[in-house]
Ligand binder design. Structure first.
Ligand code: GSN
Length: 177
Protein backbone atom coordinates (compact mmCIF):
# COMPACT_ATOMS: atom_id res chain seq x y z
CA UNK A 1 0.00 0.00 0.00
CA UNK A 2 1.48 3.31 -1.12
CA UNK A 3 -0.19 5.56 1.43
CA UNK A 4 -1.21 7.93 -1.33
CA UNK A 5 -4.88 8.91 -1.50
CA UNK A 6 -6.68 6.88 -4.14
CA UNK A 7 -9.39 8.60 -6.17
CA UNK A 8 -12.23 6.58 -7.69
CA UNK A 9 -14.12 8.33 -10.50
CA UNK A 10 -14.35 8.42 -14.27
CA UNK A 11 -11.46 9.87 -16.23
CA UNK A 12 -12.83 13.41 -16.36
CA UNK A 13 -13.50 16.51 -14.31
CA UNK A 14 -17.02 16.29 -12.88
CA UNK A 15 -17.19 16.39 -9.10
CA UNK A 16 -13.67 15.05 -8.65
CA UNK A 17 -11.74 17.87 -10.30
CA UNK A 18 -11.86 20.22 -7.31
CA UNK A 19 -10.52 17.36 -5.17
CA UNK A 20 -7.66 16.88 -7.65
CA UNK A 21 -7.00 20.64 -7.46
CA UNK A 22 -6.97 20.56 -3.66
CA UNK A 23 -4.50 17.68 -3.54
CA UNK A 24 -2.46 19.46 -6.21
CA UNK A 25 -2.49 22.66 -4.15
CA UNK A 26 -1.44 20.72 -1.05
CA UNK A 27 1.40 19.11 -3.02
CA UNK A 28 0.03 15.64 -2.24
CA UNK A 29 0.60 12.85 -4.76
CA UNK A 30 -2.44 10.70 -5.47
CA UNK A 31 -3.48 7.64 -7.42
CA UNK A 32 -6.53 7.35 -9.59
CA UNK A 33 -8.74 4.39 -10.36
CA UNK A 34 -10.96 5.23 -13.34
CA UNK A 35 -14.42 3.76 -13.82
CA UNK A 36 -14.58 2.63 -17.41
CA UNK A 37 -17.83 0.68 -17.39
CA UNK A 38 -21.06 0.34 -15.42
CA UNK A 39 -19.66 -2.93 -14.06
CA UNK A 40 -16.78 -1.00 -12.47
CA UNK A 41 -19.34 1.13 -10.59
CA UNK A 42 -21.45 -1.90 -9.65
CA UNK A 43 -18.36 -3.69 -8.32
CA UNK A 44 -17.61 -0.78 -5.96
CA UNK A 45 -21.28 -0.62 -4.94
CA UNK A 46 -21.45 -4.35 -4.26
CA UNK A 47 -18.25 -4.57 -2.25
CA UNK A 48 -19.52 -1.92 0.16
CA UNK A 49 -16.97 0.74 -0.82
CA UNK A 50 -19.52 3.47 -1.52
CA UNK A 51 -21.43 4.85 1.47
CA UNK A 52 -24.22 6.23 -0.74
CA UNK A 53 -23.54 4.04 -3.81
CA UNK A 54 -21.98 7.05 -5.53
CA UNK A 55 -18.63 8.33 -6.66
CA UNK A 56 -16.52 10.45 -6.09
CA UNK A 57 -14.95 8.12 -3.53
CA UNK A 58 -11.52 8.76 -2.07
CA UNK A 59 -9.51 6.28 -0.05
CA UNK A 60 -7.59 8.37 2.44
CA UNK A 61 -6.22 7.78 5.94
CA UNK A 62 -7.92 4.37 6.20
CA UNK A 63 -11.32 5.77 5.18
CA UNK A 64 -13.36 5.33 2.04
CA UNK A 65 -14.80 8.81 1.85
CA UNK A 66 -17.95 9.66 -0.10
CA UNK A 67 -19.59 13.03 -0.81
CA UNK A 68 -17.38 15.46 -2.69
CA UNK A 69 -17.88 18.39 -0.28
CA UNK A 70 -17.00 16.21 2.73
CA UNK A 71 -13.90 14.94 0.91
CA UNK A 72 -12.87 18.48 -0.03
CA UNK A 73 -13.43 19.76 3.50
CA UNK A 74 -11.35 16.95 4.97
CA UNK A 75 -8.44 17.51 2.60
CA UNK A 76 -8.59 21.29 3.01
CA UNK A 77 -8.58 21.01 6.81
CA UNK A 78 -5.85 18.36 6.84
CA UNK A 79 -3.49 20.42 4.69
CA UNK A 80 -4.22 23.75 6.30
CA UNK A 81 -6.11 25.16 3.31
CA UNK A 82 -9.33 25.86 5.21
CA UNK A 83 -8.80 29.29 6.72
CA UNK A 84 -7.16 30.50 9.91
CA UNK A 85 -10.38 31.03 11.84
CA UNK A 86 -14.13 30.43 11.65
CA UNK A 87 -14.78 33.63 9.68
CA UNK A 88 -12.18 32.78 7.04
CA UNK A 89 -13.66 29.29 6.85
CA UNK A 90 -17.13 30.78 6.37
CA UNK A 91 -15.81 32.90 3.50
CA UNK A 92 -14.15 29.86 1.91
CA UNK A 93 -17.40 27.89 2.26
CA UNK A 94 -19.37 30.66 0.53
CA UNK A 95 -16.95 30.88 -2.40
CA UNK A 96 -16.81 27.10 -2.69
CA UNK A 97 -20.59 26.65 -2.58
CA UNK A 98 -21.03 29.27 -5.31
CA UNK A 99 -18.54 27.48 -7.56
CA UNK A 100 -20.30 24.18 -6.86
CA UNK A 101 -23.60 25.78 -7.94
CA UNK A 102 -22.00 26.96 -11.18
CA UNK A 103 -20.24 23.63 -11.69
CA UNK A 104 -23.55 21.76 -11.34
CA UNK A 105 -24.88 23.84 -14.23
CA UNK A 106 -21.77 23.19 -16.33
CA UNK A 107 -21.68 19.46 -15.58
CA UNK A 108 -25.28 18.91 -16.53
CA UNK A 109 -25.03 20.80 -19.82
CA UNK A 110 -23.85 17.89 -22.02
CA UNK A 111 -26.78 15.81 -20.72
CA UNK A 112 -29.50 18.34 -21.61
CA UNK A 113 -31.97 17.25 -24.29
CA UNK A 114 -31.27 18.86 -27.69
CA UNK A 115 -34.28 21.23 -27.46
CA UNK A 116 -33.18 22.57 -24.04
CA UNK A 117 -29.48 22.96 -24.74
CA UNK A 118 -29.50 26.48 -26.09
CA UNK A 119 -31.56 27.85 -23.19
CA UNK A 120 -29.43 25.97 -20.69
CA UNK A 121 -26.25 27.40 -22.22
CA UNK A 122 -27.72 30.93 -22.06
CA UNK A 123 -28.46 30.39 -18.37
CA UNK A 124 -24.87 29.30 -17.73
CA UNK A 125 -23.46 32.36 -19.48
CA UNK A 126 -25.85 34.68 -17.64
CA UNK A 127 -25.17 33.20 -14.19
CA UNK A 128 -21.41 33.00 -14.75
CA UNK A 129 -21.20 36.56 -16.06
CA UNK A 130 -23.64 38.34 -13.80
CA UNK A 131 -23.87 36.31 -10.63
CA UNK A 132 -20.67 34.41 -9.93
CA UNK A 133 -17.61 35.80 -11.70
CA UNK A 134 -18.03 39.42 -10.53
CA UNK A 135 -17.66 38.23 -6.95
CA UNK A 136 -14.21 36.79 -7.48
CA UNK A 137 -11.35 39.21 -7.48
CA UNK A 138 -10.00 40.24 -10.89
CA UNK A 139 -6.46 39.32 -9.78
CA UNK A 140 -7.65 35.94 -8.39
CA UNK A 141 -6.61 33.78 -11.38
CA UNK A 142 -3.10 35.24 -11.65
CA UNK A 143 -2.52 34.99 -7.91
CA UNK A 144 -3.75 31.43 -7.57
CA UNK A 145 -1.98 30.24 -10.74
CA UNK A 146 1.31 31.44 -9.28
CA UNK A 147 1.16 29.37 -6.11
CA UNK A 148 3.99 26.87 -6.81
CA UNK A 149 1.94 23.70 -6.24
CA UNK A 150 -0.93 25.03 -8.38
CA UNK A 151 1.53 26.14 -11.06
CA UNK A 152 2.78 22.55 -11.18
CA UNK A 153 -0.78 21.18 -11.34
CA UNK A 154 -1.48 23.47 -14.30
CA UNK A 155 1.50 22.14 -16.29
CA UNK A 156 0.84 19.71 -19.16
CA UNK A 157 1.13 16.10 -18.03
CA UNK A 158 -0.46 16.67 -14.59
CA UNK A 159 -3.56 14.81 -13.41
CA UNK A 160 -5.74 17.82 -14.29
CA UNK A 161 -8.53 16.77 -16.64
CA UNK A 162 -9.80 18.48 -19.80
CA UNK A 163 -13.39 19.76 -20.03
CA UNK A 164 -15.98 17.09 -20.78
CA UNK A 165 -16.51 16.61 -24.52
CA UNK A 166 -19.76 15.62 -26.21
CA UNK A 167 -18.02 12.45 -27.40
CA UNK A 168 -17.55 11.33 -23.76
CA UNK A 169 -21.27 11.50 -22.98
CA UNK A 170 -22.36 8.06 -24.29
CA UNK A 171 -19.69 6.34 -22.18
CA UNK A 172 -20.77 8.23 -19.03
CA UNK A 173 -24.45 7.51 -19.76
CA UNK A 174 -23.53 3.81 -19.84
CA UNK A 175 -21.78 4.04 -16.47
CA UNK A 176 -24.22 6.21 -14.53
CA UNK A 177 -27.67 5.79 -16.11
O1 GSN B 1 -21.12 15.41 -4.17
C1 GSN B 1 -21.28 14.18 -4.17
O2 GSN B 1 -20.34 13.39 -4.13
C2 GSN B 1 -22.72 13.64 -4.19
N1 GSN B 1 -23.58 14.60 -3.54
C3 GSN B 1 -23.20 13.38 -5.60
C4 GSN B 1 -22.39 12.32 -6.30
C5 GSN B 1 -23.05 11.78 -7.56
O3 GSN B 1 -24.11 12.23 -7.96
N2 GSN B 1 -22.42 10.77 -8.21
C6 GSN B 1 -22.95 10.11 -9.39
C7 GSN B 1 -21.99 10.23 -10.53
S1 GSN B 1 -22.08 11.80 -11.30
N3 GSN B 1 -20.97 12.64 -10.46
O4 GSN B 1 -20.28 13.10 -9.86
C8 GSN B 1 -23.04 8.63 -9.11
O5 GSN B 1 -22.15 8.04 -8.54
N4 GSN B 1 -24.15 8.01 -9.55
C9 GSN B 1 -24.33 6.58 -9.44
C10 GSN B 1 -25.57 6.22 -8.70
O6 GSN B 1 -25.91 5.02 -8.69
O7 GSN B 1 -26.22 7.11 -8.11
Amino acid sequence: MSGKPKLHYFNGRGRMESIRWLLGAAGVEFEECFLETKDDLIKLQKDGSLLFQQVPMVEIDGMKMAQSRAIGNYIAAKYNLYGKDLKERALIDMYVEAIIDLNELLMTHPFQPADKKEQHFATIVDKATNRYFPVYEKSFKARISNIPTIKKFLQPGSQRKPPLQEKDVPKLMKIFH
